[in-house]
Design a binder for this molecule. Sequence first.
Ligand SMILES: [Zn+2]
Length: 552
Amino acid sequence: MTDGTTRREFLGSMTAFSLFPFEQEKPELILHNAHIVTMNPADPLAEAAAISRGRFFAAGKNADVMNLAGPGVRKIDLGGKTVLPGFIDAHSHPAAAGLSHLRMVDCDLRSISAIQAAMRERAAKTPAGEWVLGFKYDDTKTEDGRPLSISDLDAAVPLHPVHIEHRGGHTAYANSLVFRKAGIDEKTPDPPGGKIDHDPSSGKLSGRVAESAQAFFEKVLPHDFTRGDHREGVKLISKMLAKTGITSATEAQGTPADLRAYQDARDSGDLLYRAYCFINYRFIDAMIEAGVRTGLGDEWVRVGAMKMVCDGSISERTARLLAPYEGRPNDYGILVMTEDELYTHGRKAHLAGWQIGTHANGDVGIDTTLRVYERLQRESPRRDPRFRLEHCTVVNDGLIARIKALGAIPTPFSTYVYYHGEKMRYYGAERLNHMFALRSFLDAGIRATQASDYPPGEFIPMMALQSEVTRTDTKGNIWGPQQRITVEEAIRVGTVNGAYASYEENLKGSIETGKLADLVVLGRDPFKENPATLVTIPVERTMAGGRWTFES
Ligand SMILES: [Zn+2]
């Protein structure tokens, strides 16, 4: 699709809806002979859907919908396949991940030797002295039972600087060349809020640095992404998301460069999902000054909430907790921003009409963030601010009552129980019954969403369903069975609730007349599937705005 058609189609749909009575339109496409789970409570099942100008024109019985067909309408027989509304990933980092996939080696591999081989292969194609970069490495997922070391990396790639990010984003690994470039040796002291790891026996550099010590590397790492690279990154991740049935995603730590990349990719016809682009609080002054606030944009690229970060990470065990980590009696995790800072930035955004999304994982982080939100509403009440608690992982009854009272929206990790099971023991069985607490949220009437946090978490919606329904990891361990929800609820969380989280509940999230034609065609029916194999259900096609964004 060219720049021109994209805009024409968009303008076309606006005109059709504003100037002509709906009845006079004829659908362009009819999908029929399908099992359509609409997520519209007034009409939960349909056999066919008609689509016109990127929106659903009608959904209902085969005969009724086929009756709407005029000459030239395209008809697709879906052979009884199950259709769901397109999935909405309410917290992810797709633009940044797309750039990483473009430039870096994907180190989501199961042994150190496999990672060495992948880095060596990339180095062979890279002029000596230039960077060889990796990402998505996870120390808990290799069979070696030990983390990557500086000598592993030196042995694999001696002549190029090598830097590998942990998939959680809070630690990094490098070879000797990088440590030399960064001016770090065995005697360099740890910076405040950071750590340069040493081998406990020899005292030599281990190759790993954590949290703020990553800044040493940041200073020497290449930062030469062009505007075109940013667009290419969105293009690449678009294809990856579309393949799994995602039609909308929140860019949870967006920057002005990301916002531009989304617009560029949309103009070139390469944007295959609808982006709700958060803006990091560091850019909020410039945004407010430019008259921008949450909601600006259209159904493809929209300015989202202002983003802040209250505490640490679940996958790397730095979330701030009331009770310490299992087996680490003095470790309660980390608070990243103070309550005062959250309030100061939050107040600016709140008064300027922005939605606010604050990363809050641990029960202490969530309590702190809620206090800030409660104060903002008390001092300057706004109708429907839809405060967001990004992740909102470890909760209790008191926090849930406050979330409900405030109408706040949690975006808990959807795939962690299934995919990151090996990290759950750090939290313990009892605490897991209050983590990723979808059962508690839904019972309280709180509209929690599906959220991958990719790259730290996997983004596959069918994996999210399995994780939320079974609370079982890949090895068969069950974590927090009290929080299990049904398949129907999990789909609602991943569609209707995701739309609500971006103020777009009247635009998408269900298959009903007038809403955006976003849907996914599945190879098997998740309602008839053994919950333990939901993740294996193939996605056959994905549609966004009436256009196939993926076809198997
Ligand atoms: Zn995130």
